[in-house]
Design a protein around this ligand. Structure first.
Ligand SMILES: [Zn+2]
Length: 131
């Protein structure tokens, strides 16, 4: 059984989000960065979540809360609804997604349109609009 990536790409973790999260390789697109952040949430990797966050909006003070919440829920899956820009030659991009999870045994989801931009050449998460 290959170790499939939590982001649901169908690729193995070591071919998909792992090299991005570990810093071996940069996300080429906003979508890759978005997927890596979902995977980091599912692993409660708050270091990576903060590192992949735009410095202007980085929620440094929320580190503990983010970690506690990410660990408290059971991540069920990610579905990408649409993307806009965010390609290898773009400076900004949007990804709309749904992430489903169980919180205290109850199914819930995040439906968000996220904005990404490049900071020092690397894709980072800026902010999101919830539906
Ligand atoms: Zn992945």
């Amino acid at each position: 059984m290959p170790n499939l990536c939590p982001c649901g790409s169908g690729q193995t973790y070591t071919d998909c989000c792992e090299p991005i999260i570990s810093g071996k390789r940069n996300a080429e697109t906003a979508l890759q960065l978005m997927r890596s952040r979902y995977t980091a949430f599912s692993k409660a990797n708050v270091d990576y979540l903060l590192r992949s966050h735009a410095s202007q909006t980085r929620p440094v003070k929320d580190r503990k809360n983010i970690e506690r919440w990410a660990k408290s829920v059971v991540w069920m899956g990610l579905s990408i609804i649409s993307t806009e820009s965010g390609e290898a030659n773009d400076e900004t991009g949007y990804v709309e997604f749904k992430a489903t999870f169980l919180e205290k045994g109850k199914p819930d989801q995040i439906h968000e349109r996220s904005l990404f931009h490049r900071e020092n050449g690397k894709w980072v998460y800026v902010s999101g609009m919830h539906f």
